[in-house]
Design a protein around this ligand. Structure first.
Ligand SMILES: Cc1ncc(COP(=O)(O)O)c(C=O)c1O
Length: 373
């Protein structure tokens, strides 16, 4: 199987680099902080029975998840170990040899590598010059008689772009006409800088829509490893569940419990996280404006990451390597977003602005590194 280069890079550097400046998750919380949001949670956790949990996720956690959608019930939810397992199981469960998939580029790598192991895949690109929007004519042109699934991710990793409402309406109309599943990776939803940019969740508005979400990003709780897919298409859910028996089989019971507490008390968690993102982004705006000859970007509208274009002479790969090796500053260079599907000529790096003290310290180190060039 193709390597998941982006995650391999993180496996090597994430815990080694002094300043993790490319994280796509928000500053995390302690177990104690989450349990304090609910008066009886601590003793409930202490007395928890550590048996297996239900394959789809326990009724309480699925109910709490369902309540984050407008029209779904607990029966429409299938939990996974993180979002990553949800991506893998969905592609394996729904796609077969002989099918065709369409994938948005650039992407979180498994969106294209897992389908590529199974069937033919066509990429449709996000156009930087057009606010990282997809061209709907390119989607129409990519569709084949055997197209079964399209994969997209908004707010987008790595650009932080969101899809405007008129594009979403057009896209769903196109896919509906051809009976194509839309797998929508929504892990950065609720992290929009302006609530007006928030997209609806696909599972709420499209009968063949499959929404992916997780506790890792907007809630800042990646260590729980609780993700899920949501869909009104019961047949699709069953096919995907069938795959899960070969993977994690079920979630960890304490994680399900803490997830339930966090979702039932999510407002203070989201509030703190949004404030942090806004403060950090303001600092980043100032920094980028100080070096216009080196940096430019289409400012992200959602998530806590952005794709910054680097115009220095040595090129982005060398820039990122020097920062990492000489200064301990970790960015994701464009090479980790290369696609097999189409040529994507990026001179960008991904920066993350969702963390607390490490982001502040990293910005100081970054400025020093730039000044000392
Ligand atoms: C777009 C996207 N989808 C899915 C994932 C996987 O999330 P998790 O690590 O919680 O499984 C990530 C992680 O960075 C991501 O950026």
């Amino acid at each position: 199987m193709r390597n998941f280069e982006l995650e391999k890079f993180f496996a090597e550097w994430e815990f080694k680099a002094k300043y993790h400046m490319t994280a796509s998750d928000l500053e995390s919380w302690t177990v104690k902080e989450i349990l304090e949001l609910d008066g009886s949670a601590e003793s409930d956790l202490d007395n928890m029975w550590l048996g297996y949990t239900e394959v789809r996720g326990g009724p309480e956690v699925r109910q709490a998840i369902a309540e984050t959608y407008d029209t779904l019930s607990a029966d429409d939810i299938l939990c996974f170990c993180g979002a990553n397992e949800g991506i893998y199981a969905t592609m394996r469960g729904l796609l077969q040899k002989g099918d065709h998939a369409i994938v948005v580029v650039p992407n979180y790598q498994s969106h294209e590598t897992v389908p590529l192991e199974i069937c033919q895949v066509t990429g449709v690109v996000l156009h930087e010059e057009n606010d990282w929007r997809i061209d709907m004519d390119e989607v129409r042109a990519a569709i084949r008689p055997n197209t079964k699934l399209m994969v997209m991710n908004f707010p987008n990793n790595p650009t932080g772009a969101v899809m405007p409402k008129e594009d979403l309406d057009t896209l769903i109309a196109i896919l509906r006409e051809h009976g194509i599943y839309l797998f929508s990776d929504e892990v950065f939803r609720l992290m929009e800088l302006d609530e007006a940019d928030r997209m609806p969740q696909i599972a709420d508005i499209y009968e063949k829509g499959i929404s992916l979400n997780v506790m890792s990003k907007a809630y800042g709780l990646p260590g729980l490893r609780v993700g899920w897919i949501a869909s009104k298409d019961a047949e699709a859910l069953q096919l995907i569940e069938d795959y899960k028996h070969y993977l994690s089989m079920c979630n960890s019971a304490p994680s399900e419990f803490i997830t339930t507490v966090a979702l039932q008390n999510r407002e203070p968690i989201l509030h703190r996280n949004r404030e942090l993102t806004r403060t950090n982004l303001a600092q980043l705006d100032t920094f980028l404006a100080d070096y216009p000859e080196l940096f430019s970007w289409v400012r992200p509208k959602g998530s806590c990451i952005g794709f910054v274009r680097y115009s220095g002479e040595e090129g982005v790969e060398s820039f990122c390597k020097t920062l990492l090796v000489d200064h301990g500053i970790l960015f994701l260079p464009a090479s980790l977003y290369q696609s097999e599907l189409l040529h994507f000529n990026a001179q960008h790096f991904r920066i993350g602005f969702g963390r607390g003290q490490v982001f502040k310290d990293g910005m100081v180190a970054l400025r020093q590194a730039i000044e000392s060039r």
